[in-house]
Unconditional design. Sequence first.
Length: 139
Amino acid sequence: TQDSISYWEDFSKQKIVWGEISDKSKFALDEMGMYPEATTFLMTGNNLKFLLAILNSKLGEWSFNQIGTRTGMGTNRWKKYTLESLVVKTPTSEEKTQIEILVTKIIHEPSKENITALDNAIYQLYQLTDEEISFIEAQ
């Protein structure tokens, strides 16, 4: 970067990155210290794999659709201030471990089965009923 920015060290940390405008939740874990381009946001901190699971889940996407803003073309604007208002449930250590294992599997083998297992784990975390799950899945 050419400007003097206070968060320049965050670029070399493990982080979640995402583009501002997208029709779907498309969050990625950067463990290599990449420098995202101008319309990309980044998030550093703890429990990034767990947060990545919430953000990329069907429940996370549905939740964001309820509070986020849209472009004139109908795609979401995945703004930082909107993401900060998402409700993230604090997991037990067992739930967190289970979800992080599924995220690691998806990173290495992004199969439909692994993604479905992760969505089911998120539904269980939030204790959703079958009716609530069916509603979200239909969206």
